[in-house]
Ligand binder design. Structure first.
Ligand SMILES: Cc1cc2nc3c(=O)[nH]c(=O)nc-3n(C[C@H](O)[C@H](O)[C@H](O)COP(=O)(O)OP(=O)(O)OC[C@H]3O[C@@H](n4cnc5c(N)ncnc54)[C@H](O)[C@@H]3O)c2cc1C
Length: 356
């Protein structure tokens, strides 16, 4: 079995297949596993550069953690209190209101319930999945360019020229990449899959630099900050315990880049805008001790009803060819959807989600 993409979904399918005693080869285009999950760890610091958690109702993610023996590492969000910046100061929002205003793609009943993560960040999950793969079962720096053939005899061509064969292939890449790979055009409708970009800046400060450091998990910026793409910020150590050294504060600022900012602004510009905004709303006096800018161009799928329908139709057509798509690009935004999707595909391939 070949799995294309070592993001969470690809790794989760591979783990389920391996647990069921199947042969697996995972081909990852980049030089690291995890995809949109990317956690930086250093000493007492845990800094999320990609996804920070999964919806609290998730059943699939704890089940996967159980399979990996890390369910004891799951952690809950400490507080879901979120503020809006008003002219009079910070105003506590009703539960769920921040997620609603930010347009999060979660069901109404989920709003305000917060997220869960792992003690060492979401990267702890992809690290544990990665540890399941032997050296012969994962190839990094191996972008796939094409999938050809008929059910039962599929060939997977790598950009570097090599060809691998398999009876079934699992595609766990973003949708537009999948469209480009399917040489017979079966996924062509996904070539224009709607996507959003995201930039976030993590800034580490001395806690004493702040005039106001409210006890909540974060705030959403007022519309006037939207001209530079600023949306919200998280007060990381209020969200999850044990991620920031004592006496320090980690603030994560989220941008939805406007105009051509993503291609024209250097990292320093995003860091400067984030620093200015933190100075304005939280009264931070000095410069941050460290900053991490992470850019996610065209990363987040937008599940409009037409796209959902299109992705479903492509999924069904590909299954008949022995190709199975999985991940949040096809089956719903976010980590829970990515893992649930992986579970369904693994079960279809004879590896049901039974924790050992
Ligand atoms: C900044 C940010 C914050 C987020 N926050 C949250 C959050 O708090 N909660 C939440 O639920 N979700 C969040 N998400 C979304 C969540 O991270 C994703 O839905 C999830 O991680 C997607 O996993 P995936 O495996 O489906 O896809 P991906 O993570 O996109 O993995 C796809 C993999 O395929 C590889 N690939 C691509 N092309 C090829 C090719 N040709 N050949 C081989 N490999 C290829 C890629 O390199 C990548 O490793 C966030 C995303 C971002 C970017």
């Amino acid at each position: 079995m070949i799995v294309i993409g070592a993001g969470l979904a690809g790794l989760a399918v591979a783990a389920r297949l391996l647990a069921a005693g199947r042969d697996v080869l995972v081909l990852e285009g980049s030089d690291r596993v995890g995809g949109q999950i990317c956690t930086f760890r250093e000493g007492a610091l845990v800094v999320e550069l990609g996804a920070e958690g999964f919806v609290a109702r998730s059943r699939a993610v704890p089940a996967l953690c159980a399979l990996l023996g890390i369910e004891g590492e799951l952690v809950d969000q400490l507080t879901t209190d979120t503020y809006a910046v008003e002219s009079s100061g910070l105003m506590l929002l009703p539960p769920g209101e921040a997620a609603r205003r930010l347009g999060f793609q979660v069901p109404v009943e989920e709003l305000g319930r917060g997220i869960r993560s792992l003690r060492l960040g979401m990267g702890q999950l992809t690290d544990a999945l990665n540890a399941r793969l032997g050296v012969d079962q994962l190839r990094l720096g191996s972008p796939v360019s094409a999938i050809r053939g008929t059910p039962g005899t599929l060939s997977v061509e790598l950009e570097a020229g090599a060809v691998e064969t398999a009876s079934s292939v699992v595609v766990a890449s973003p949708a537009r990449r999948a469209a480009a790979m399917l040489a017979n055009g079966a996924a062509a409708p996904l070539a224009d899959a709607p996507l959003m970009s995201n930039v976030s800046v993590n800034l580490l400060y001395q806690r004493g630099e702040f005039r106001d450091y409210p006890p909540g998990s974060g705030l959403i910026f007022p519309d006037r900050f939207g001209s530079v793409g600023l949306r919200a910020l998280s007060l990381v150590e209020h969200k999850f315990a044990g991620r920031v050294p004592p006496g320090q504060a980690l603030v994560r600022v989220f941008f939805r880049p406007v105009g051509d900012a993503l291609s024209t602004w250097p990292d320093e510009r995003f860091a400067t805008e984030a620093t200015l905004a933190i100075g304005h709303v939280l009264g931070a006096q000095g410069e941050p001790l460290r900053t991490w800018v992470s850019r996610w161009a065209d990363a987040l799928p937008v599940f409009s009803p037409p796209y959902r329908e299109q992705a479903g139709a492509v999924d069904r057509a590909l299954q008949a060819q022995g190709v199975h798509v999985t991940g949040s690009a096809f089956h719903g935004a976010g980590i829970d959807a990515a893992v649930s999707s992986a579970e369904i595909v693994a079960a279809r391939l004879g590896a049901p989600a039974e924790p050992r």
